[in-house]
Design a binder for this molecule. Sequence first.
Ligand code: TEU
Ligand code: CA
Length: 529
Amino acid sequence: MKTFWKENVVYQIYPRSFCDSNGDGIGDIQGIISKLDILKDLGVDILWLSPVYQSPNRDFGYDVSDYLEINPEYGTMEDMDALLLECQKKGLKIIMDLVINHTSDEHPWFIKSKQNDPIYRDYYIWRDQPSNWSGFFSGTTWEKYEDAYYLHLFLKEQPDLNWKNPKVLEETKEIMHFWLKKGVSGFRLDVINIIYKTSLENGKKHIALTGKEHYHSQEGCHEILKTLRQEVMNKYEAFTVGETVLVTVDQANELIHPSRKELDMVFSFEHMEVDQINNKWFKTKFKPQKLIDTLIKWQVGAYWNANYLENHDQPRSVSRFGNDKAYHYESATALIAMLLTLKGTPFIYQGQEIGMKNGEFKTMEDYKDPETHRIESLMRKLHFPKGLRKHLIHKTSRDHARMPIPWTRQGGFSISKPWIQMNTRMKEINVQSQMEDQTSIWHQTRTLISLRKSYSSFSYGSFNVRYHQHGVFVYERILNDEKIEIIINLTGMYKKLNKMIDGNIIWSNQPLDIKMKKIKPYHAIIVKN
Ligand code: TEU
Ligand code: CA
């Protein structure tokens, strides 16, 4: 059955860092509107907006204080309506980022809850004594207020909603109807598989996330998702993609298989953990083969995949999984080719199409991400040497993904000082130069998106791995009599091919001759058999 979200390419926008239209150094909705023609030209179909709702910005919008109002830093509801209208005119869809595990501590619900309001007290999770849980940003998950403690799995300014309270479900249904009636095409659901806390008792001690067994992928969560699907989503031409932390292939299938009637797809994290020891802040040397094997596991095991290699929480993929110095163009285009030819819906993160790389960030003042600062102060408390702290923070900080998009060689993001530093190599890594250069990463991304749409085996075909060793990944996509082979060398070395290339080469990121027995560093080739 034809499904638009299985055929479309999604582009994630982090509004704060996309484009500033009014000269305050902060990206905004009018800035997005001004770039829609470029996004349309690139060929993407759906725009996922990271939160633009009212928020005190403790976690840059993932702490919502009013789901039905726009943060004035990003514009007005009229601007949002204008964006929706412009997108409709251009054949673009929009999905919103719905953060319903928690709100901001400045949400009116929480203010009343703190005042023991009989209706709102139980919108949140209160306890007389804290349990031993630890949070996603390290430290305790309980904050004392007057004679009780409230739960926050993230910042203390992000109190967790009480999903055992049916009123919370009713409020959420209204919020979803509000945005769907405005014409959005669905939602990315923030940490959606941890919203239901079965118990608040002490958990088994872990190095991180003690207590997770009480809230991770609980039955109560499945029930909520079935209700939201049945009573809201099914009434619209819209889809959901859940951000599901710690999820296994089986747990993902329990959320997305059509028979479950819960979510349409989920972002998994296993491939985002291939270069870490036991925690995202302790990175190991990246091994391409481990990424390939993990992707294969999910390509084969998951009913459907939401494929991504970077987002607003992750370092830039060309720096993390490629080589942003010696093979910047080659590795960026090889990674994008893989993203756009795997089975599943591809999610491109803003800047990935021009090979945005990690930033410099010389001092802690350069970092703006609250998680980064919390982790650095924890490392300081644990007496990590300064050099080690600097190194570990630089490897993983979410701020690499939050540097403003350079639209021109001079920057072009804002006429003022941006809220966070620009990328140092913006002279070559900027949209304007790359749109003018037919051989750029931007143009290769545009070509690959167009190629993806020319062959339905990319959307609906099977995934068959043909070879996957020594960092070389060869797989086929087959639908009826259409068979396409994709060859990716994810290493910086020449590699022997396991067999001759036979067929019509429809794309390659580097020159090649068909008789060649070796492929080049970060060589990506697409062959129609
Ligand atoms: O992130 C959830 C999450 O657990 C991680 O992806 C997070 O980035 C953190 O690094 C855990 O180590 C979602 C949002 O994507 C993130 O931006 C928010 O900060 C978080 O939830 C809270 O809303
Ligand atoms: Ca602005």
